[in-house]
Design a binder for this molecule. Structure first.
Ligand code: BGC
Length: 420
């Protein structure tokens, strides 16, 4: 698609941007993930072959995936220090929005002690965005916890919620004048599931009971924080970022038609219902669709990204239409993207995504923004560093960054659509 071929349906103040999270790009953090990474890097590297060798990308990733260093976030691209050069890339792509997260463990390294240096850093960070006319979209919790809070049981305990609420109020007091959009929690259900049920993330537990407790506590966290923020001012726009997949039946059998609806309900609506009354918009993280045959998901006709996820970007349209039809809240796509180290699919993905969004808008969805995941290559949690989600390619050895060709093209498209 050439920039001139766009028949833009996007509203004038549409937010075009990219997203990151603190632990995935900053480098040099100390939180419950850092501790876990150091404890598990060796085992993860030893397991890499049987875990990943059926991926199409295996020969390309093998060396990195077998190295323990891959599983330790370490310095990364040192975005904490070099964020200004990364913000310059947002400008080069003509973006007007950026989603990032605050690292709670830096702001409150010990219980009750807030670090003025970390607060000054994020003030500066937000200031640099505003100076570039980029709308900051601030996430308060994106999977990482201060070690002291994790050791107290994290969100397993209802009595711990107050510590997060205190931190949220503190950062709103510090940064609130310059931020309008706030994401309280990133993907609450995924966090609870991977950490407390499937044992993939710290604290690697496998308890259906704890999974449910954490799921409920996170909803309480959101509601308390959203209410507190709204008390500070009605100008704030608060939401969560909900991971969503679009489910559909692969055939006409009654079993497929029932089970796809059940899957969609429990992965989306069961969760969203707990939050939506305290959301001004709905943040949607979209990566995939799921075709359901009988009681199983079977997508194998689709191509796969480097991490083996089936790629169906066009189905974003149906996900948006479904969610808007049901909840009638404006939507911002708070994450969407793919792992694509050689950049062979990203342009196609973004093209399909833009068309999907145009169609959804034409069909009445109040869509307010699109944030690509990710601005830059980053630490992809339990996978480590090898998956490359960035519009900006990062060389971790030298710290050098460079816009991928698809990102240069995306920048030209944004310029055209925004008519600037
Ligand atoms: C998360 C990101 C992650 C991305 C790609 C989302 O689930 O919010 O932190 O990097 O997906 O896996």
């Amino acid at each position: 698609m050439k920039p001139t071929e766009f028949n833009s349906k996007f509203p004038k103040h549409f937010l075009w941007g990219a997203a990151t999270s603190a632990h995935q790009v900053e480098g040099g953090n100390y939180n419950q993930w850092t501790v876990w990474e150091l404890e598990n890097a060796k085992v993860k590297s030893a397991q890499a072959e049987y875990q990943y060798d059926d991926l199409d990308s295996w020969t390309q990733i093998e060396k990195e995936a077998k190295s323990p260093n891959n599983y330790v976030s370490g310095k990364l691209a040192n975005h904490y220090r070099d964020f200004e050069q990364d913000f310059d890339f947002l400008q080069k792509m003509h973006m007007n929005a950026y989603r990032f997260s605050l690292e709670w463990s830096r702001i409150e390294p010990e219980r009750g002690r807030f670090d003025p240096k970390a607060i000054a850093h994020y003030k500066d960070y937000i200031f640099e965005l505003k100076r570039r006319n980029i709308e900051p979209i601030m996430t308060l919790f994106h999977f990482t916890l201060p070690v002291w809070f994790a050791e107290m049981g994290g969100f397993e305990k209802r009595s711990n919620i107050k510590y997060f609420v205190r931190y949220a109020k503190k950062v709103m007091g510090e940064f609130g004048t310059n931020v309008k959009f706030i994401i309280t929690i990133n993907e609450p259900e995924l966090y609870a599931r991977q950490s407390y049920y499937t044992q993939e993330w710290p604290p690697m537990q496998s308890s259906a009971f704890k999974f449910l407790v954490v799921t409920h506590n996170l909803a309480r966290v959101h509601c308390q924080v959203a209410k507190a923020i709204h008390k500070m001012g009605r100008q704030y726009r608060v939401s969560i970022a909900k991971n969503t997949a679009y489910y559909y039946p692969g055939d006409n059998s009654i079993v497929s038609r029932i089970s796809f609806a059940v899957m969609q309900y429990f992965s989306d609506d069961y969760i969203i219902k707990k939050y939506i009354n305290n959301c001004d918009f709905l943040g949607v993280n979209f990566y995939q669709s799921n075709r359901v045959f009988g009681c199983r998901i079977h997508n194998s006709e689709l191509r796969q990204s480097d991490v083996g996820w089936y790629m169906d970007p066009a189905s974003l349209e149906f996900a948006l239409e479904r969610l808007y039809g049901k909840y009638k809240k404006p939507i911002i796509v708070t994450e969407n993207g793919l792992a694509d180290a050689t950049d062979k699919n990203r342009k196609w993905w973004i093209t399909e995504t833009i068309i999907a969004m145009q169609n959804a808008i034409k069909n009445g969805v109040k869509l307010q923004g699109y944030l690509h995941w990710s601005l830059m290559d980053n630490f992809e949690w339990a996978y480590g560093k090898w998956p490359r989600f960035g519009l900006v390619q990062v060389n971790y050895k030298t710290g050098e960054r460079e816009l991928r060709p698809s990102a240069q093209w995306f920048g030209r498209i944004i310029k055209k659509i925004r008519n600037i």
